[in-house]
Ligand binder design. Structure first.
Ligand SMILES: Cc1cc2nc3c(=O)[nH]c(=O)nc-3n(C[C@H](O)[C@H](O)[C@H](O)COP(=O)(O)OP(=O)(O)OC[C@H]3O[C@@H](n4cnc5c(N)ncnc54)[C@H](O)[C@@H]3O)c2cc1C
Length: 470
């Protein structure tokens, strides 16, 4: 049966685009860290929405499950097949074109296999910007970004992927094509279907096209690194800067000493930026539509007043745009230095912003009581209440051995988050890795409504089984 399926799949999209050899499949069946992996019956790489629809119909006929995949940078196993060798990975990577740009309406319509960095480039060529940036943008695709409702560094100003999307084209579980590629800013005509598919992690349909919002490119973006004593000081600083810079504040990232030290250790070219150690620092960015000098004036006055108000202890003001960009390179090297450091227990959590200092203190006490020498690597998008709270093995001990405590640490942190009205997934999604936890933290009625939606849009469960909902 699987032979017939593969023969027909090759007829639909061409043999070179159906990968069955394990050596060819490797990059599609293991995650960005190269740590989680699965097996697939094949990897299909269609080139058009019609081909995607034809594949879905074929999979319905043979009852083959489909795992939609973009850049495979999601970190929760959502885009990976299980170990059965029976699921089909459907990679959107060949569907990577910009379809149209509407400069007056400030929208761009794209294939969803388009890589985020390439979208940025296309928008830039037209004097526009797509204001969602993140460390994985060189590989992450628009389909993956929408399916995980990705956040990134500018949510504090522009919102997450959902806020930046106006319309979708989706292939349904029956292999039909829903053309919802609307460019409308207002459309109150019943249930908003696109909002169901956004954040669904490929469990309800395959997103093949999208209309996204653009903004005029700011004249300049400037960043500064500010050292401070505590997360509470960071919250006070956030409030002050939001009042002072208003919509010009486009990023506000919290970074702990452990992160700066880790980057310094593994990537010495990004040495510890301050003269002396600081418990925490904030990387903030302002965007200015007027001029570079206007931006520097605003940044300087923010920093002067922050020092006067004793909100910060030190500041590094960039001498050039290049130096400003370099601060972001330090930020982007935090996940990379964690890869070098070995496995750690990760949490991508969000909380009401005002509760973050309390959470960090409570979590620290809990973790260190149970694992006295563990290293806490905490950083995140403080402006959105989103912290990446990672717990690493004590120095000079085995990360592999420490990972045996993963479930205990996950429970500890996620229960604290839940008790404080937070979320156990802020931006990476639930995927396969957190599905067993979702049942603990969502109410029965919420889970039941989610199951009803899944059953009505994908009654035979062909799309991404065992992801989000077990
Ligand atoms: C270094 C690094 C930094 C990151 N930083 C951030 C960050 O700051 N903010 C943030 O939000 N996230 C961040 N992420 C994770 C982020 O979720 C992913 O980078 C991205 O959103 C997923 O895109 P992708 O194309 O790689 O999707 P994949 O990993 O391929 O897939 C993700 C999920 O979407 C589904 N999917 C993919 N394409 C489609 C489609 N066309 N239709 C339906 N379903 C689909 C998959 O089945 C899977 O469930 C980071 C990841 C890394 C590795």
């Amino acid at each position: 049966m699987s032979k017939d399926f593969l023969v027909q799949l090759c007829e639909l999209i061409g043999q070179p685009f159906v990968l069955t050899e394990s050596s060819d499949q490797k990059k599609y069946v293991s995650d960005w860290f190269g740590r989680a992996s699965g097996k697939a019956i094949a990897v299909a790489r269609p080139s058009s929405t019609q081909e995607v629809a034809n594949i879905v119909k074929l999979c319905q006929k043979y009852q083959i499950s489909i795992v939609p995949q973009g850049g495979n940078t999601g970190l929760v196993g959502g885009g990976l097949p299980d170990n059965s060798g029976k699921e089909l990975v459907l990679s959107l990577e060949r569907m990577n074109k910009v379809r149209t740009i509407d400069l007056m309406g400030k929208t761009i319509t794209v294939d969803t296999g388009l890589i985020l960095a390439n979208l940025h480039q296309s928008a830039k060529e037209h004097g526009m910007e797509f204001p969602l940036t993140m460390g994985s943008q060189g590989s992450a695709t628009i389909g993956g970004m929408l399916s995980t409702n990705a956040g990134g560094t500018s949510v504090v100003r522009y919102g997450n992927a959902r806020d930046l999307c106006l319309g979708l084209e989706v292939v349904t579980a029956e292999g039909e094509i829903w053309n919802g590629l609307r460019t409308l800013r207002k459309n109150n005509t019943g249930y908003d279907l696109k909002d169901l598919y956004i954040g669904a992690e490929g469990t309800l349909g395959i997103i093949t096209g999208a209309v996204l919002k653009l903004i005029p490119t700011p004249k300049v973006k400037l960043s500064a690194l500010l050292s401070l004593e505590s997360p509470s000081a960071a919250i006070s600083l956030l409030e002050f800067v939001q009042n002072k810079a208003n919509s010009q504040l486009t990023a506000f990232e919290l970074i702990s000493d452990t992160c700066l030290s880790l980057v310094d250790h593994y990537f010495p070219q990004y040495s510890y930026p301050f003269a002396s150690k600081t418990p925490y620092c904030v990387l903030l960015e302002i965007s200015d539509t007027e001029s570079e000098s206007h931006a520097f004036d605003l940044l300087n006055s923010i920093l002067e007043e922050s020092i006067e108000k004793a909100l910060i202890t030190d500041a590094i003001i960039p001498q050039s745009i290049m130096q400003s960009n370099r601060f972001w390179e330090i930020r982007e090297h935090i996940p990379l230095s964690q890869v070098e450091d070995g496995k750690n227990v990760k949490h991508d959590i969000s909380l009401p912003i005002s509760l973050i200092p309390t959470f960090l203190e409570k979590a620290r006490l809990l973790v260190l009581e149970a694992f006295p020498s563990a290293r806490i690597i905490d950083f995140g998008h403080l402006g959105d209440g989103n912290i990446h709270y990672n717990v690493a093995a004590p120095l000079h001990s085995s990360p592999e051995e420490f990972m045996q405590n993963k479930a205990t640490i996950n429970d500890m942190i996620h229960e604290l988050v839940h008790d404080m009205d937070g979320s156990i997934s802020a931006e990476h999604g639930i995927g396969a890795n957190k599905a067993h936890e979702l049942v603990k933290f969502k109410s029965p009625i919420e889970l039941e409504l989610m199951r009803q939606i899944k059953n009505s849009l994908d009654p035979r469960g062909i799309f991404n089984p065992h992801k989000i909902l077990l």
